[in-house]
Design a protein around this ligand. Structure first.
Ligand SMILES: *Cc1c(COP(=O)(O)O)cnc(C)c1O
Length: 373
């Protein structure tokens, strides 16, 4: 699915040097590498504050803690996302409210979002799923009308741009009150271990969050708020600082691979290739996810496995049907799209090192299989 080795080999000398420098300096926690990466990521994103932390799940949890939400407050998010998004809501004693997604983009459905708002709603977590920007302009306006915080889960979309109707652009993750990302190795900006970050333009919130990631300390051994231990280590920061220089190039490689897949697959009647809602900047293809007729999807997965072509089903079960997140509040009929697409989606290999010959082999295998049906 990913070719971390091929990507690594191209920057190997630089990464090794940087890791060795970090070892020699022995400042393993909060070393200068972390400060440098933080500053460079702030510049890249055009955001005032980046707060590095240990992983993308912590980033979401700490973002919600920083907003001062209280048990019983409702937080609305998409039914079709990685479980981390809803997990942190439940973990904090907040009430998750899952809503259906849009059939074309797989991002949160705006009508379902509006319908889910109650007097207890306090925040919305749009997920920029598979690398594609969620409809932020509409989400911001719904949030403003209903006095809700917007927390962007940008774990899959770092580097994507959202274009507003006046033509102005902002990086995803920097548009709401707060945004979060993950540096899990397979993400678009991947570390060589775990890592994450929180983004905000709000000085006060940034200050709160910086203490929260470090045991609620703003002054050594003075604990002003309840915090956690969630820091990005210096070695990961050293790796990320180098990889950040290549992020736009990496995302361009993903887009080029996506364009080739689409060119070869889009005419087949049983296949729906990914829809792009905005311009070329709005989708950085963390995943390249097709919809295939329900009747063939599982057999196609088997066929690809047989031919040793990796593929994935992200995600096979709607969150509202997962044991941990079931609730009497939900009516299964309200999740028509998610219930359908979990049976149709299939994600193909997507990374920065995909060659034309590999794409040909993958797409030919898919087309041959479907044509025999
Ligand atoms: C990967 C991911 C996360 C969690 O990130 P980790 O660094 O693995 O904790 C959260 N949300 C989404 C949508 C993700 O894809």
């Amino acid at each position: 699915m990913v070719d971390l080795k091929g990507q690594y080999q191209k920057i190997e000398a630089r990464v090794k040097e940087s890791i060795v420098d970090t070892l020699d300096a022995t400042s393993f926690i909060n070393g200068p590498q972390v400060k440098s990466f933080q500053k460079n990521l702030e510049d890249y994103l055009g955001v005032k504050h980046v707060i590095p932390c240990a992983n993308g799940t912590d980033a979401l949890q700490i973002a919600l803690m920083g907003l001062g939400l209280k048990p019983g407050d409702e937080v609305i998010t998409a039914d079709f996302t990685f479980a981390a998004t809803v997990e942190v809501i439940s973990l904090l004693g907040l009430t998750p409210v899952l809503v259906d997604v849009d059939l074309k983009t797989f991002n949160i459905d705006l009508d379902a979002l509006k319908k889910a708002i109650t007097p207890r709603s306090k925040a919305i977590i749009p997920v920029h799923l598979f690398g594609q920007a969620a409809p932020m302009e509409e989400i911001l306006s719904i949030a403003k009308e209903n006095q809700l915080f917007v927390v962007e889960d940008n774990a899959q979309s770092v580097g994507a741009n959202y274009t507003f109707s006046d033509g102005s652009k902002m990086k995803t993750g920097t548009i709401g009150e707060v945004g979060t990302t993950s540096f899990f190795p397979s993400k678009n900006l991947g570390a060589y271990g775990d890592g994450g970050a929180i983004f905000t333009n709000d000085d006060k919130l940034a200050h709160t969050l910086r203490g929260m990631v470090n045991h609620g300390m703003y002054e050594r051994y003075h604990h002003d708020v309840v915090g956690v231990n969630s820091r990005l280590d210096s070695i990961q920061a050293a790796v990320l600082d180098i990889k950040l220089e290549y992020l736009d190039h990496y995302n361009e490689s993903r887009k080029a691979a996506a364009a080739k897949y689409t060119q070869r697959l889009s005419n087949h009647p049983e296949i729906t290739t990914p829809f792009r809602a905005g311009d070329c900047d709005s989708h950085v293809y963390h995943q390249y996810t097709l919809r295939v007729s329900e009747a063939y999807r599982d057999d196609l997965v088997k066929q690809l496995n047989k031919k040793e072509i990796p593929c994935g089903v992200y995600y096979p079960i709607p969150l509202h049907l997962q044991k941990a997140y079931r609730s009497d509040r939900y009516n299964n009929a309200d999740f028509e799209v998610t219930n359908q697409i979990v049976k149709e989606v299939i994600s193909l290999p997507m990374h920065t090192e995909l060659g034309e010959d590999q794409i040909d082999h993958i797409t030919n295998t898919i087309l041959e299989f479907l044509d025999k049906k």
